[in-house]
Design a protein around this ligand. Structure first.
Ligand SMILES: [Zn+2]
Length: 362
């Protein structure tokens, strides 16, 4: 242990992931090059921190942006912002958590006490810390603002619930926020643009929120099947102008009440806005890349838009109850389950769309 101790003492405060260390974790070196290697063990840096032993992490659709080189990779970076795990150690100011508890947190660490947090916008917490910079695709993870960020289960969950709790960390919470932002609910027709994990869980959320009709837009048989399992009532395979025309045709010529946008491209955003009826709502949660909106298009659309990084923490306690009571099974979105050491295969499979979402087990 001595060498581990001395090694840690030499490390700078802000952990560069490529330094040698003593736990295993995924590092993105350059587009297409993910390696699992030694990383420094995280340690308590602030009294509000907790260290968790990661039970499961996963690859996010948004991890594919740097992996594909669409978002630049300036230096080797620790990867991963979704996680569930067991509390290993807490800082001196942490009041609500104890060693041994199973916890779920979101991709923004948040204090859950500032004005934005109290308003339900924890992803805009005045003290937020992005978990992606800490890298959850690893054996251990430092979680800042632990009392505000982490939600514990009443007891250690059975192994089969772990994927569903992990989904709550991001994709379920994000799909849920999109459905809430789109005002999905009883009597509403909801259209979902995007058949990745977030879009599919947007379908599940719309079903739980009581939507009457849920149209999943997908041209992949396996994803259509999952959408139907999650509660979709209709499938539309057309996209772009044809997709918009098809949604209008199905809604008396006027469009859906609620549209979830879960891709983040120009085409998907316009498909969402134009598929929405006047007075309807678009919830957009696909991380926007090179999207520009024409003012006149917006002016004439008469739609309401809300989107951005989902305040997953707002929904976590409710979603964790639904999972614990086996009301929902969002973990079905994981169709690839790999040991952490094979993280690169998970990225590759998602990049090539052979997998919806890859779970990584340290
Ligand atoms: Zn806050």
């Amino acid at each position: 242990m001595y060498w581990r101790y001395t090694l840690r003492q030499k490390l700078p405060q802000k952990e560069p992931g490529w330094l040698p260390g003593s736990m295993r974790g995924a590092i993105l070196y350059s587009p297409g090059d993910v390696r699992v290697q030694e990383r420094p063990d995280p340690r308590i840096e602030q009294p509000t921190d907790a260290i968790i032993r990661v039970s499961a992490a996963c690859v996010c659709g948004s991890d594919l942006w740097p992996y594909r080189g669409i978002q630049p990779v300036h230096q080797p970076s620790p990867m991963g912002h979704e996680y569930v795990g067991v509390v290993e150690e807490v800082g001196g100011d942490v009041k609500n958590l104890t060693k041994g508890q199973f916890v779920v947190g979101s991709f923004w660490a948040s204090d859950n006490t500032c004005e934005n947090c109290r308003a339900g916008y924890q992803s805009a917490c005045l003290h937020r810390v992005g978990m992606g910079s800490l890298g959850s695709q690893a054996e251990y993870l430092r979680v800042p603002l632990a009392d505000g960020t982490l939600v514990a289960t009443p007891e250690m969950p059975p192994a089969d619930l772990i994927p569903s709790y992990l989904a709550a960390s991001d994709v379920l919470g994000t799909g849920w926020f999109a459905a809430v932002a789109a005002e999905a609910g009883p009597g509403k027709t909801v259209a979902v643009v995007g058949d990745g994990a977030v879009g599919l869980l947007g379908v599940l959320a719309a079903r739980q929120l009581g939507a009457e009709r849920i149209i999943a837009m997908s041209r992949h048989a396996d994803r259509q099947k999952l959408a139907l399992e999650f509660g979709a009532t209709d499938i539309v395979t057309e996209r772009g102008d044809e997709g918009i025309a098809r949604i209008k045709e199905m809604t008396g010529g006027i469009g859906a009440h609620s549209v979830i946008e879960a891709v983040g491209t120009q085409e998907s955003m316009m498909q969402a806005i134009r598929s929405t009826r006047p007075g309807g709502n678009v919830g957009f949660v696909g991380v926007s890349h090179d999207v520009s909106l024409d003012g006149m298009d917006l002016f004439w659309s008469l739609v309401k838009l809300q989107g951005g990084p989902a305040p997953v923490r707002r929904f976590l306690p409710h979603l964790m109850d639904l999972i614990g009571n086996r009301v929902i099974e969002p973990g079905k979105v994981f169709d690839l389950d790999l040991p952490l050491e094979r993280a690169a295969e998970g990225y590759q499979a998602m990049d090539e769309r052979r997998a919806v979402k890859a779970l990584l087990r340290p």
